[in-house]
Ligand binder design. Structure first.
Ligand code: ATP
Length: 262
């Protein structure tokens, strides 16, 4: 792992619609070549953090009111999402957004758009993605809307990979998926990290699985970082238990209660 961080978020504050504070002084670092987990319950600010980095919050009337974000050492606060994708920073949105009326392959092709590849280059890239997700090759002609939740998550990640990213912001990859499929998705993340050196900042409510794969984790609560460390430190400190369930309640079993607002 290189020493220089691929992403540095320094003391950012974000407000929606000029009055709803969502983040209050969040700082985090993704070392180059690392998998970093962003943990916390419903509404803690995970998605907002990712969308602030990729500059997608503006579309939701969100605004970065203070702080600084650097990607590969350069400030990216004003960079638009397309430029960031060209530079290797891409987000996989929560809820595995696919174009339901397009085929699996058409969805994947869209991911390469920012790179403007030649046809031959695009075909090579598609084969690479099919090597990573053989199931998508079998279903290449199927409309994405008719594929399973796990396959849609693979499409969403595959589409991001078509941009040849150095850093993927992955939002809740486990959401709504069966445990076995979640395991498969995380194994793919680990392989991309190990074999291709892709760095990940992944937001997860499922702390148990995220911390099995991440090198480091940050715990968010009400828009603030309330804990950070490696898996063992976070679990030992009990920070996760408090952030997910409220102080004094026992046990984090890896299936935090989605209905609870912190
Ligand atoms: P979840 O797992 O539910 O997505 P999260 O940790 O990703 O939770 P965010 O979605 O970032 O949390 O939400 C942080 C806070 O910002 C919450 O209080 C939420 O209600 C608020 N929020 C999020 N999106 C918007 C928006 N578009 N407009 C106004 N407030 C928003």
């Amino acid at each position: 792992m290189n020493a220089a961080p691929i992403l540095q978020v320094e003391d950012i504050a974000v407000t929606y619609s000029q009055l709803i504070p969502a983040l209050r002084g969040v700082s985090l670092t993704v070392p180059s070549g690392a998998i970093v987990a962003l943990l916390g319950g419903n509404g803690a600010g995970k998605t907002t953090t990712l969308k602030t980095v990729s500059n997608l919050i503006r579309a939701e009337r969100g605004e970065l009111t203070s702080g600084r974000i650097a990607y590969r050492g350069e400030a990216i606060t004003d960079a638009d999402p397309w430029t960031l994708a060209e530079r290797g920073l891409v987000q996989v949105l929560e809820g595995r957004r696919c174009f339901a009326h397009l085929s699996v392959e058409e969805n994947l092709r869209l991911g390469a758009f920012a790179r403007r590849p030649s046809r031959a280059d695009l075909d090579v890239e598609l084969e690479r993605i099919y090597g990573i997700f053989p199931r998508l090759k079998e279903r290449r002609k199927t409309l994405a809307g008719y594929t399973s939740g796990g396959e849609q998550q693979m499409i969403a990640i595959g589409r991001a990979l078509m941009a040849r990213p150095a850093l993927i912001l992955l939002d809740e990859p486990s959401m709504g998926l069966a445990p076995q499929v979640v395991e498969e998705i995380f194994e793919t993340v680990a392989a991309l990290n190990r074999d291709d050196g892709v760095s990940f900042l992944l937001a997860e409510q499922n702390a148990a699985i995220a911390l099995r794969y991440a090198n480091f984790g940050y715990v968010l609560e009400s828009g603030r970082v309330v804990g950070k460390g490696n898996a063992q430190t976070l679990l030992e400190l009990g920070t996760l238990r408090e952030a997910y369930l409220g102080s004094g309640q026992p046990g984090v079993d890896g299936t935090p209660r989605r209905s609870r607002r912190l």
